[in-house]
Design a protein around this ligand. Structure first.
Ligand SMILES: Nc1nc2c(c(=O)[nH]1)N[C@H]1C(S)=C(S)[C@@H](COP(=O)(O)O)O[C@H]1N2
Ligand SMILES: [Mo]
Length: 309
């Protein structure tokens, strides 16, 4: 059973919540030693940054919208429910295992990982396949840095990610007839995984991730539909052949393995040409590769994007 609906089915919230407008040059934030350390979480005590100014800034979606309107089917298919149901979700201790076709298999906790690879801020557009979008100031580490740390082999062709399986904590994992099969799994081709845009996020708005957004660590792939950005990851496994992908396996005609944002390739049940930013009444045009064409188009040069959607 598919419960995914087009966003336009829903009543738009007329609340305008542009807390602040930040300037950015593309997505890269300039890291400076002189900048003020982020307050609050000890996790980010060492992280300091300064927003690089330029024109063409993206308007950030409010913290409130990002943390209360969520797709997290392990909790519920209802978008408002995860924030409520995830209140007691345990993110400590948490270990992330990296294995399969790597030179060095490791199991790390998040603090160890952040000591190895310092976190940075990235402001990215995020587009759900359902037709809503947001702009998020993520805090995270490039997946490429993690993969370089464990070392690739000639057999490292795909990367698979798995969400925690814990029916005690995830209500939907206790249901016999659920919506999707758990654990949630996603995959990337190795060049996609190594692309500098691909981020393992541990925070947003300078704060540690809340459970509803995929704490303590989740993937963010800004040029792909949101379902590729798997939450609450416990394992990363390198493979020689194409990996599992939960939504793709569940409905292959509706959700591709690539799932690249593409306004010219419609979902069988709705158009993908436009999107509604959270907190806005009016829709806007969806951009090719969600606006990251310059950074990612080269990876799909010889591919028919209608066939491999
Ligand atoms: N484990 C897991 N990861 C997931 C999902 C999910 O249901 N379970 N939903 C995906 C979908 S469809 C979207 S749009 C994004 C939503 O992320 P957000 O709640 O932080 O906005 O998470 C993705 N990652
Ligand atoms: Mo989504």
């Amino acid at each position: 059973m598919l419960t995914r609906r087009n966003y336009s089915d829903l009543i738009p919230s007329s609340q305008i919540t542009s807390e602040s407008i930040y300037s950015e040059r593309r997505f890269l934030m300039k890291l400076t030693a002189s900048a003020v350390a982020l307050a609050g979480s000890p996790l980010f005590a060492a992280l300091s940054y300064e927003r690089e100014k330029s024109d063409g800034g993206l308007e950030l979606t409010s913290y409130d919208q990002i943390t209360t309107y969520n797709n997290f089917y392990e909790f519920s298919t209802d978008k408002e429910a995860p924030a409520r149901l995830a209140k007691n979700f345990k993110i400590k201790p948490w270990t992330l295992s990296i294995g399969g076709e790597v030179q060095k298999k490791v199991t790390l906790d998040i603090d160890q990982l952040l000591k190895l690879i310092p976190a940075q801020e990235r402001i990215y557009r995020f587009r759900c396949v359902e037709g809503w979008s947001m702009v998020v100031p993520w805090v995270g580490i490039p997946l490429a840095s993690v993969l370089k740390y464990v070392g690739l082999t000639s057999k490292s062709k795909y990367v698979e990610f798995q969400t925690l399986f814990d029916p005690k904590q995830f209500p939907a994992q206790r249901q016999t007839f659920g919506t999707i099969s758990f654990p949630y799994r996603e995959g990337l081709r190795i060049d996609e995984a190594m692309n500098p845009l691909t981020l393992l996020a541990v925070g947003l708005y300078g704060k540690e991730l809340l459970p509803q957004n995929g704490a303590p660590i989740r993937l963010v792939i800004p040029w792909k539909y949101g379902f590729k950005s798997i939450k609450s990851i416990v394992s990363i496994t390198l493979h020689q052949s194409q990996t599992h992908s939960t939504w793709n396996e569940m409905a292959p005609k509706e959700y591709g393995f690539f799932a690249n944002v593409n306004p010219t390739v419609d979902h069988p049940r709705w158009s993908q040409a436009r999107e509604r930013p959270l907190g806005h009444f009016f829709k806007q045009d969806t951009l090719m590769f969600n606006g990251y064409e310059r950074e990612v188009a080269h990876m799909y040069k010889n591919i028919d994007l209608k066939k491999f959607f």
